[in-house]
Design a binder for this molecule. Structure first.
Ligand code: ATP
Length: 192
């Protein structure tokens, strides 16, 4: 079984996330792609997510609900505190024994990867799958070797930040997020 691991703040999840997921699933022939909303990112201390962990978890569930190839794991939300990828991968390796894990990483994340907690163990547990092509291959040379693949994916020009800003400005977010997520945001009055 080939399993992709897609961590993010998902504050809120948007179509960029879903297209990345679709591209990654196809490129890596994944049997399943698991979305993992983070509780708090070690490198984003000071900038806390806006929506609560429970609301972000619920929005990710809504965003992927009707696709059997996707799953949502609440391990980091349940664990609380800073979310370390190595802990999450240990949990997944235990839960899906014998599966091959692919950790999706944006180029930014890849650049900071050596500073993460226990990067060697992460690379034992998972294949790194970088999700954007860089203009140069500097990064790839630095980290080249076993256990890294680059998948070509599109970059849709949308971010959670933009969605939040649009909501604050009382602009429509139709088309930026799945309709179920839009309804949830509306019903809960999030990001106003
Ligand atoms: P924010 O604007 O709040 O920083 P974000 O939109 O970047 O949030 P995250 O939840 O931090 O969303 O994203 C998790 C991962 O999803 C990112 O590390 C990145 O690899 C990927 N991603 C986010 N937005 C896009 C997008 N528009 N296209 C492709 N990949 C994306």
């Amino acid at each position: 079984m080939r399993i992709g691991v897609f961590g993010g703040t998902f504050d809120p999840p948007h179509v960029g996330h879903l297209l990345l997921a679709a591209d990654a699933r196809e490129a890596l022939s994944l049997d399943r792609l698991i979305f993992i909303p983070v509780w708090a990112q070690p490198f984003k201390v000071g900038t806390q997510p806006v929506a609560s962990p429970q609301d972000r978890l619920e929005m990710v569930r809504l965003a992927v609900a009707d696709d059997a190839n996707y799953a949502v794991d609440d391990a980091e939300i349940t664990r609380k505190g800073l979310s370390y990828t190595v802990d999450t991968l240990e949990h997944l390796a235990e839960r899906y024994k014998g599966a091959q894990l692919f950790l999706l990483l944006g180029q930014d994340a890849l650049a900071g990867f050596p500073q993460w907690r226990n990067p060697e163990r992460i690379r034992e547990l998972a294949t790194l799958a970088t999700t954007e092509r860089s203009g140069t291959d500097g990064l790839r040379i630095e980290l080249a070797g076993e256990g890294i693949v680059t998948i070509s994916t599109r970059r849709v020009d949308v971010s959670s930040t933009e969605v939040r800003e649009r909501l604050r400005a009382k602009k429509s977010i139709k088309g930026f997020v799945p309709e179920s997520v839009e309804r949830f945001i509306e019903a809960r009055g999030l990001y106003r």
